[in-house]
Write a protein that binds this ligand. Sequence first.
Ligand SMILES: *[C@@H]1O[C@H](CO)[C@@H](O)[C@H](O)[C@H]1NC(C)=O
Ligand SMILES: *[C@@H]1O[C@H](CO)[C@@H](O)[C@H](O)[C@H]1NC(C)=O
Ligand SMILES: *[C@@H]1O[C@H](CO)[C@@H](O)[C@H](O)[C@H]1NC(C)=O
Ligand SMILES: *[C@@H]1O[C@H](CO)[C@@H](O)[C@H](O)[C@H]1NC(C)=O
Ligand SMILES: *[C@@H]1O[C@H](CO)[C@@H](O)[C@H](O)[C@H]1NC(C)=O
Ligand SMILES: *[C@@H]1O[C@H](CO)[C@@H](O)[C@H](O)[C@H]1NC(C)=O
Ligand SMILES: *[C@@H]1O[C@H](CO)[C@@H](O)[C@H](O)[C@H]1NC(C)=O
Ligand SMILES: *[C@@H]1O[C@H](CO)[C@@H](O)[C@H](O)[C@H]1NC(C)=O
Ligand SMILES: *[C@@H]1O[C@H](CO)[C@@H](O)[C@H](O)[C@H]1NC(C)=O
Ligand SMILES: *[C@@H]1O[C@H](CO)[C@@H](O)[C@H](O)[C@H]1NC(C)=O
Ligand SMILES: *[C@@H]1O[C@H](CO)[C@@H](O)[C@H](O)[C@H]1NC(C)=O
Ligand SMILES: *[C@@H]1O[C@H](CO)[C@@H](O)[C@H](O)[C@H]1NC(C)=O
Length: 794
Amino acid sequence: MHHTTAKFSLLIVAAAAWSFLSASHALPRQLQGNHASGASCLPHERDALLAFKNNITSDPQGILTSWQRGRNDNCCRWMGVSCSNQTGHVLQLDLRDGSLIGQISPSLLSLEHLEYLDLSTNDLSVTDDRISQFLFSFKNLRHLDLSWTQLSFTRRVPDHLGNLSTLEYLDLSGAYFLPREVPPQFGNLSNLRYLGLDSNHLYSKDISWLIRLHRLEYLDMRGTNLGSIDNWLHVVNMIPSLKYLLLSNCSLPRAKQSLTHINLTALEMLDISQNYFGQPIASCWFWNVTSIRSLELMETYLYGPFPDALGQMTSLSELDFSQNGNSATMTVDLKNLCELYVLFLDGSLSSGNITEFIEKLPRCSFSELHCLSLNDNNMTGILPQMMGHLSSLTVLSLSNNSIRGCISPGLQNFTGLLILFLSSNQLSGQIPLLPRGLLLLDISTNFLSGHLQLEFKAPNIEALILSSNNITGPVPETLCKLQNLKYLDLSTNSFVGELPACFPMPYLRSLLLSKNNFSGKFPTLIQSLSNLTLLDLSWNKFYGALPVWIGDLVNLRFLDLSHNMFYGDILVNITHLTQLQLLNLADNNISGSIPQSLSKLMAMTKTHPPSPDPDWYIGWVNNGFLDILSAVTKHQEYKYAAQSIAYIVGIDLSLNQLTGRIPDEITSLDGLRYLNLSRNCLRGNIPEDIGALESVESVDLSWNRLSGEIPPSISDLTFLSTLDLSYNNLSGTIPFGRQLETIYYSNPSMFDGNDNLCGPPLQRNCSGNSDPKNVNEKEGGKNSESLFFYFGLS
Ligand SMILES: *[C@@H]1O[C@H](CO)[C@@H](O)[C@H](O)[C@H]1NC(C)=O
Ligand SMILES: *[C@@H]1O[C@H](CO)[C@@H](O)[C@H](O)[C@H]1NC(C)=O
Ligand SMILES: *[C@@H]1O[C@H](CO)[C@@H](O)[C@H](O)[C@H]1NC(C)=O
Ligand SMILES: *[C@@H]1O[C@H](CO)[C@@H](O)[C@H](O)[C@H]1NC(C)=O
Ligand SMILES: *[C@@H]1O[C@H](CO)[C@@H](O)[C@H](O)[C@H]1NC(C)=O
Ligand SMILES: *[C@@H]1O[C@H](CO)[C@@H](O)[C@H](O)[C@H]1NC(C)=O
Ligand SMILES: *[C@@H]1O[C@H](CO)[C@@H](O)[C@H](O)[C@H]1NC(C)=O
Ligand SMILES: *[C@@H]1O[C@H](CO)[C@@H](O)[C@H](O)[C@H]1NC(C)=O
Ligand SMILES: *[C@@H]1O[C@H](CO)[C@@H](O)[C@H](O)[C@H]1NC(C)=O
Ligand SMILES: *[C@@H]1O[C@H](CO)[C@@H](O)[C@H](O)[C@H]1NC(C)=O
Ligand SMILES: *[C@@H]1O[C@H](CO)[C@@H](O)[C@H](O)[C@H]1NC(C)=O
Ligand SMILES: *[C@@H]1O[C@H](CO)[C@@H](O)[C@H](O)[C@H]1NC(C)=O
């Protein structure tokens, strides 16, 4: 669970940092100039462009709208096209990110003077022969970007690739190559400064051809299997021009990563994440390369102390050392790293003292640190009150450590803070006023106490997660001012009273109030929450009838009202909720019968299965949410993560006063995984067709007054792993066999309290020593009883 939370938080942190990262990745597109204006275009080149347009079948962004004959036929002024001032020849064609769909027309080959061609991130295909033509026909090409198109090279790349001697920039990321070996002919492109081969799923046994690329500054071979190249480091060390080296997920061999002399003195970015090195951190070669700005070491399983040299890497802007198996220590003084912008150490430290750690973070006249993420690190110590040197933070994430102390009121002055995650620590005291810009706050699972402040001071907040603390008192009305709230989790605290009757919070999708002392009738404010997807009021003291308008909350997917004092019928209107995948009304005073229209709960069928999590707020794995699950999956170990939220499909009506039969219609819910109707007053037979509940894993019908035989179709339930039919009046032969046998041996009491059941696995024989007449009589009695019941109904 914690791991998921951490990953999840990381995702957000990563998103926050993304603009920074993407800016630092790419080389500036220096070759891109604006040659526009002056000259007018040559007719045969214009025709070539129009022929290209003709083969584009979809242009949703209207990139090619300006490409027209007639008045605007000076193609030098068309979008994405640039010409030479002197000759009028087309020199540049830049249609990247155009969302174009179609084929690349061979007509483009007429643009003989083309220097710059960028068709990246479009859905363009081209036939095999033409790729070769493309690569070799543009004699003046300096910049070629065909990444993330639908390109495939299914023939050998010809040797005279090297004819493209003018090429400086080549990006073929995402292209498909056969054979799957990196073509060594790339080594012929001696002017290359940029080579992008990300995610081609290639392999290489020899990358020595790289040495011939004397001008190479950017090398991206992420995802290429280089597992057999023991000397990879020595090869790249022979390319002193390198500034960006991206070799993540390359299965780089575990050989000792040391160099006697480092030539890579221009290196700015090193990404060797997701390669298993498993060696001491300090033994790595790059700690002396002070030019490095971005160092990506995620999932490398380096261990031991960070070397002091880190403190001298004054250009360092980003260090990602996350998910490395909690065996590193960091006591280096970082106070000189004035450029540091992002520091991720999640799941990597074996221990640490947060007080001392924060003390050693950069103190510069102009502080840059924006993201600090230390989740899952076993850190102890007191959260410092004075953190003025961190006031530039956008993201502060310290979840899942053992940090004590109070949350400093000084945080209010962190005007840029958007994300604050402090969950699963040992923080105490009151929740201080929040920084004004805050969007996401998770301080769940601590020892925070006191009343909620009347002012939140963070009017734009979208997620407020305070669960599993000891917060007392009523929910202040000022909560209503948080108009952007999407996710509100107050569960497992000591809140009392009624919810304030707010004006609508139009975006609220998840409202979790479980395990408090809330009271009053079903809160009316919920009626206005039309986007509500998850509603959990369980384990409180709410009472009264369920409101009819609950059927209007058409987006509801999870409804948990269990362990309250609601009474009255299960409204037919609840069955209008076609998105509903979890209905939990357990342990209330609900009476009446189970509505037949339950079959309208389409999200519980296989034909309309619930869609995958549409919004991460729902999938947020936290305690409140887990409660919902554990209530339904009672006997099962929790095995769901945010990603598999779609699989939680259940009905729990147990511990109520429901009467009548189990409606046969329930068997149409063939997507249902959990069904609990135990401890009610249900009569009649188990639906004959119960075997149609194809997906069901757990069925509990115990402690009712069900009679008749156990339908043989129950043995069709191949996913069934828990079944409880005890304490009913069931009779006849148990349809034993297949997995019922396994289920029985894990819960031998599943048939208890049904004196007229017989046959294996019970000792009681169906005929023979027990009195068959007696059984028949009893069974007849029961049948007439239920018959009587039908009459009663009609
Ligand atoms: C082309 O002409 C424009 C103005 O007409 C000028 O700004 C630009 O620098 C020229 N480009 C080249 C490459 O000469
Ligand atoms: C491309 O356009 C040419 C005419 O310009 C046409 O003959 C050809 O069928 C087109 N191909 C596709 C795939 O649309
Ligand atoms: C490539 O260059 C070689 C000489 O290096 C020449 O023989 C060959 O014809 C050229 N190929 C093309 C397609 O221009
Ligand atoms: C390209 O490289 C290959 C070896 O990788 C070599 O055999 C070939 O002669 C080179 N071609 C040119 C044109 O340099
Ligand atoms: C790089 O360093 C190695 C020693 O590791 C040295 O032998 C080689 O000459 C250097 N290469 C360049 C291109 O500087
Ligand atoms: C790196 O710096 C340390 C001192 O901090 C020095 O002992 C070591 O020789 C240096 N390594 C290289 C490869 O320059
Ligand atoms: C966390 O720290 C405690 C002692 O402070 C230690 O016993 C435990 O092994 C540490 N856990 C990890 C995952 O390193
Ligand atoms: C953490 O460091 C501070 C400051 O050095 C010290 O006072 C405190 O005792 C340390 N806490 C722990 C748990 O080691
Ligand atoms: C916030 O900053 C102001 C002025 O910079 C200062 O007066 C105030 O004490 C700070 N608040 C806290 C709680 O540190
Ligand atoms: C919660 O706070 C109350 C008093 O406010 C206290 O009695 C109780 O022990 C606290 N519970 C926990 C679990 O800290
Ligand atoms: C509901 O959510 C959608 C997007 O998820 C949003 O566009 C809409 O404004 C929200 N509010 C209401 C009242 O529908
Ligand atoms: C509740 O359901 C009934 C029957 O389907 C319908 O007539 C009524 O309008 C519904 N009420 C609300 C408030 O949706």
